[in-house]
Design a protein around this ligand. Sequence first.
Ligand code: ZN
Ligand code: ZN
Length: 446
Amino acid sequence: MFGPQYPQADLLIRSAHVLDPRADLDGPHDILIRSGHVAEIGAAGSLPEPPDTATIDATGKHAFPGFFDPHVHLRTPGQEYKENMDTGTAAAAAGGFCGVIAMPNTDPVVDDASILRALSETAGREAHVPVGFLASITRGSAGAELTEMAELRDAGALGFTDDGKPVTSAGLLRKAIQYQRLAGGVVALHEEDPALSGDGVMHEGAVSARLGLAGIPSVSESTMIARDAALARYEDARMHFQHLSCKESVEALAAAKAAGVRVSGEVTPHHLTLTDDVVRTLDSRFKMNPPLRREADRLALVQALKSGVIDCIATDHAPHAVHEKEVPFEQAPMGTTGLETAFAVLYTELVLAGEVELELVISRMTAGAALYDLPTPTIAPGEPANLCVVDLSAQFEVGANGYVSRSSNCAFHGRTLYGQVLLTVAAGAVAYGAAALEPTAVLGAR
Ligand SMILES: [Zn+2]
Ligand SMILES: [Zn+2]
């Protein structure tokens, strides 16, 4: 992971309701952070305030381990008009994330160690939270020729993906996972069969038929997951499936896991909370790949998140400029932003609706790190401080005060959500702090 060495925080968070399933904490506590590490956790109101330490009264607020997003698009290098290292990681910090993994489908594609090194240096100067990088599986993500995977691993790649596109050739993917077994790291896959997706722009079903729009069938995704899980089994490879969207994919992943294959899966907040019904508005904010699917798919994804068949939540934060999105639905690029709204969306739409427990959301929003062999953020003595403070009762309208991200193509724009992130501490440093928590001496957003 790459990021600047920021001043390490000395901070006393007073009387927050600390919820960290991994640390077995669920109740009001004081958290003392010294030199960027959790020094002590005590009963609410019990810890004395050391000198030179800012105190935050977090009575009535929650403290969670910092979230980790294994799938974001920071758009740098090459598309900085959509997002850049500064704005993308500031959006992450504003959403309570203490680490993100950036996808390589930039311009140029991260398919060469020199590009990856330059990008790591940019992160080392500008990132507000630590950033990890995946490199592409194939040169230019063109699906024809493998990258120098061992060299890319040496340069710091956590793994490999051609995200944005599938690896259509089974033969090439087989070679890739053979190399990956030697080089280490994770092969992460955006699964779709282009022959089945065709020129589809939304889920293939009743709504697409009504709108007269070309559809992307669920089997476009699930058949590729089944194929590639079989390859992973044959080669004993470590494989991760990105942004699952439908019931059939959940079934394919569950079958592979039951057979002992080393596979994992992620799901986005928008696939967990929205269906293709919203596409009736023809608002291009609802156009993403994979597309929003049926209610039965959404329910299957929620169930898989609960059972653990799906390991973690990933936003697939995909910024696009206004001029790109404000065109007819068929022509708009695919993607929604998600870093600033992920927690509030899941809290409001799933927890408050009674579909899942808050504890589960916290577990799955931190679980992405371990999939890439990174430490899981946890609030425990001796650990680097990676946490966020959230006001669950604070209501806000998405986008009403603009976005920290450079782009505004958020599928939840205009919605009223609960669960405002007030403070984020990432890698021991204050990465985001809203004025709601006084005193704000150390809480200015960078
Ligand atoms: Zn993708
Ligand atoms: Zn993506």
